[in-house]
Design a protein. Structure first.
Length: 182
């Protein structure tokens, strides 16, 4: 199977269900940003500090593919065979956050990204996740988007924030707090 098809050479692409749309369409931006996020989750999974979380991070990557398939499905093409997100996918993110937060010191200030390269990668993933969420929310003003897609992205960005804190804790590096000028 060849990777290139030449069908996108004129600036269009096919959604699941066959509808062709411009590559500049907001729907393409939404699932393209989810794809970018997935690459950052892979980078996080490869960090030594996340060895014990590698399987969970792989599950997140799997859910992002599921979410991307949902975003890549043409509206009204509900019969397209694809996996679905479930409330349990969101619940597990919340459970993982709760477990990490039990070990972390209370949050008393805003945290600036940085302190260790691995932690910085986590903050990059978090910000890309927030962007994916904003784009998906904007898309809802034009076309239907599953509520679970929005909820999952929202919860995942929260998870990534807590994960960044946990990674700093495990790496024994100080979190960089924001101290506003007075």
């Amino acid at each position: 199977m060849k990777i290139y098809t030449k069908t996108g050479d004129q600036g269009t692409t096919s959604l699941l269900g066959g509808t062709r749309i411009p590559k500049s369409d907001l729907r393409i931006d939404a699932y393209g940003t989810v794809d970018e996020l997935n690459a950052y989750i892979g980078l996080l999974r490869d960090q030594v500090v996340n060895e014990k979380r590698a399987d969970f991070l792989k599950e997140i990557q799997d859910r992002l593919f599921t979410l991307g398939a949902d975003l890549a499905t043409a509206p009204g093409k509900g019969k397209v065979k694809k996996p679905d997100l479930h409330q349990a996918d969101i619940d597990i993110l919340e459970q993982e956050m709760d477990q990490m937060q039990e070990l972390l010191p209370p949050l008393t200030a805003f945290i600036l990204p940085g302190g260790h390269q691995s932690v910085s990668f986590c903050h990059l993933a978090r910000t890309v996740c927030r962007r994916a969420e904003r784009i998906a929310v904007e898309l809802t003003s034009m076309e239907p988007v599953s509520e679970l897609v929005i909820q999952y992205l929202n919860r995942l960005s929260d998870f990534l924030f807590v994960l960044g804190r946990m990674m700093a804790y495990e790496l024994k590096v100080d979190e960089i707090t924001w101290n506003p000028r007075k």
